[in-house]
Design a binder for this molecule. Structure first.
Ligand code: PEP
Length: 251
């Protein structure tokens, strides 16, 4: 499986800044396609179309959205539908990011309904899961990962086909803090995630890309990507500059 290198720009970049980033990425790779890598950029809604257009021209980057609302259309002021995301040229969406869970108050049920809705409406999904520091210190890692995965993956296994579902393990205490989990923390949590995913989806679980996220940067990406059960990285802060992000792509 190619390693998945995903950027989460969060609430950063206008449409023209996104275009500038993609143009710089093109220059940095000078016409070459990074080998053995699947690259995704999760852009804010207002930069989604511009990102998708540039990504399409580059040919090896996919554009993704950071959120969606689980309804076809209607009276949901301020929300964005799966159809709108697809019509902007994006084919994948993040669900359950820790900032949505902990700042916007999304619970497991909401994350599950967004995940199912997106899969049923032609979008691929990258589901984010992970424990807080308090939960880890209380020995609740397995409980939290089981609860988050079992609730969000309560969909028909048929929806898993066609490389449509990804999972990103992101310990909340390592996101945006500069504090990276140790290689043994990551390998341990990823083995646990894979075991839980297998109990839900059987052997299909081995074809679900399992990414690590939390203060990944050019200097630690290579080591993380070599760990067992790590199929890629989801990168926040260090994905904002094309130079840094290109080094992570080639790490
Ligand atoms: C993220 O937003 O998913 C993330 C991992 O952020 P950072 O790399 O900044 O910790």
């Amino acid at each position: 499986m190619d390693k998945v290198i995903a950027a989460n720009w969060k609430m950063n970049k206008t449409a023209s800044e996104a275009q500038g980033f993609m143009a710089r990425l093109k220059e940095l790779f000078d016409g070459a396609v990074p080998e053995g890598r699947e690259v995704i950029v999760f852009a804010p809604f207002t930069a989604l179309e511009a990102t998708a257009r540039s990504a399409g021209a580059l040919g090896w980057v996919q554009a993704g959205a950071q959120n969606l609302y689980p309804a076809e259309k209607g009276a949901f002021t301020g929300e964005i539908s799966a159809d709108m995301i697809r019509s902007a040229g994006a084919g994948i969406v993040l669900t359950g990011h820790s900032e949505r869970r902990h700042i916007m108050g999304e619970d497991d049920k909401t994350v599950a309904s967004k995940t199912l809705f997106a899969l049923q409406h032609g979008l691929k999904v990258m589901l984010c899961i992970g424990e807080t520091l308090e939960e880890r210190e209380q020995g609740l890692l397995r409980n939290v990962l089981e609860r988050q995965l079992i609730t969000a993956m309560s969909f028909d296994a048929g929806l898993l086909s066609g490389h449509s579902f990804y999972v990103a393990y992101e310990p909340v205490w390592a996101i945006g803090t500069g504090r990276t989990a140790t290689p043994s923390d990551i390998a341990g949590a990823h083995a646990l995630c894979r075991e839980i995913m297998r109990s839900i989806a059987g052997d299909e679980a081995f074809s679900i890309p399992l990414l690590y996220g939390g203060s990944v940067k050019a200097s630690n990406a290579g080591e993380i990507l070599l760990l067992d059960n790590v199929d890629g990285v989801l990168v926040g802060g260090a994905s904002l500059e094309a130079e840094q992000f290109s080094k992570i792509i080639t790490a």
